[in-house]
Write a protein that binds this ligand. Structure first.
Ligand SMILES: O=C(O)CCC(=O)C(=O)O
Length: 307
């Protein structure tokens, strides 16, 4: 099926009004509201991951070609599996070699759009913010390569990346594409910290990533000291949803394979679309379904469809 055929297909059928509360249970919504995060261990299945894995396989092939031209790789290792290929490509190379290709990736590949529009994700998000949903322009793939220190992400609030934005709530949906565990660097969350406003961050200077970092000993966080951070191992295709003020981090990858993950963000349609960060898109609307962006719109950087 070509890209233009994909975007003519309706991506989901509109549910009747009694179904428009999303897919989460009342208990799950309550947990999210109290703790600031929610784990959905089986949100997606293997088929749901196909489009994004395709996008990433294409990207890895481009990187392999560039590394071969630069004399850093002998062959493209196409026979290697999704979770091992990039790890083997960077075996014996340095953090700097890895960072040449960016610490996280945000490409305009159809696979990203299909993945970000997955109704299973949107139904879950709908339970938290309602049925009018805008996909925030900040979406990332994280290829956390083994033994590369730059794969670690320090404690931070996502909001530190858009401090001036007038958007609330912004929900991160973090989805591992391989099983994430404590060895390969799963996500760790500090529960209930979403109850604070944006706290002061600095840009870290030790790994070359310039990630934002919060001082966990800061006075404003003392009130949360009694709450222990939680480590959240989760299988491929599961999801962790969290508020953009909820403090979180991940450690370096000590395994032999890549810890692939994607972090997507969604917000209600009446919030700041943050154009300074890129072009997001209208991914679900029951009020104006004809304005929901198609793949062609997204590829052309149009945030919504003009019927
Ligand atoms: O994927 C990770 O390790 C960290 C993700 C993260 O910090 C985020 O999604 O905001």
């Amino acid at each position: 099926m070509s890209d233009s055929e994909v975007c003519r297909e309706p991506r989901y059928s509109l549910p009747d009004s009694k179904e428009r509360m999303g897919s989460l249970t009342t208990e799950q919504v309550a947990f999210y509201n109290v703790e600031g995060y929610l784990v959905l261990p089986k949100l997606l299945d293997e088929n749901d991951l196909v489009p994004i894995k395709q996008a990433l396989n294409d990207k890895v092939s481009e990187i392999a070609a560039q590394m071969i031209s630069a004399g850093k790789l002998k062959n493209a290792l196409e026979h290697e599996s999704f979770q091992y290929r990039l790890a083997k490509m960077f075996e014996g190379l340095t953090d700097t070699d890895f960072l040449d290709f960016g610490r996280s990736w945000r490409d305009r590949h159809p696979g990203y759009f299909i993945f970000m529009s997955n109704p299973k994700i949107l139904y879950a998000v709908e339970s938290l913010i309602g049925p009018e949903i805008f996909s925030n322009p900040v979406y990332n793939t994280r290829p956390k390569v083994p033994k590369v220190a730059a794969g670690a992400v320090p404690w931070h609030q996502d909001r530190s990346y858009w401090p001036g934005a007038n958007a609330n709530p912004v929900i991160t949906v973090w989805i591992p594409l391989v099983d994430a565990n404590e060895v390969n660097g799963c996500l760790q969350i500090w529960p209930r910290t979403h109850n604070t406003e944006l706290v002061q961050h600095h840009h870290e200077t030790y790994s070359g990533t310039s990630y934002t970092e919060v001082d966990v000993e800061a006075e404003s966080l003392k009130v949360f000291k009694k709450i222990n951070p939680v480590s959240l191992p989760i299988p491929a295709g599961g999801a962790i949803l969290f508020n953009d003020r909820c403090i979180h981090m991940s450690t370096p990858n000590a395994s032999d394979h890549v810890r692939w993950s994607v972090d997507l963000r969604y917000q209600p349609t009446d919030q700041d679309p943050m154009p300074q960060h890129g072009t997001g898109f209208l991914c679900r609307s029951f009020q104006q379904p004809e304005h929901v962006a198609t793949l062609e719109d997204w590829l052309a950087f149009r945030p919504e469809h003009t019927p």
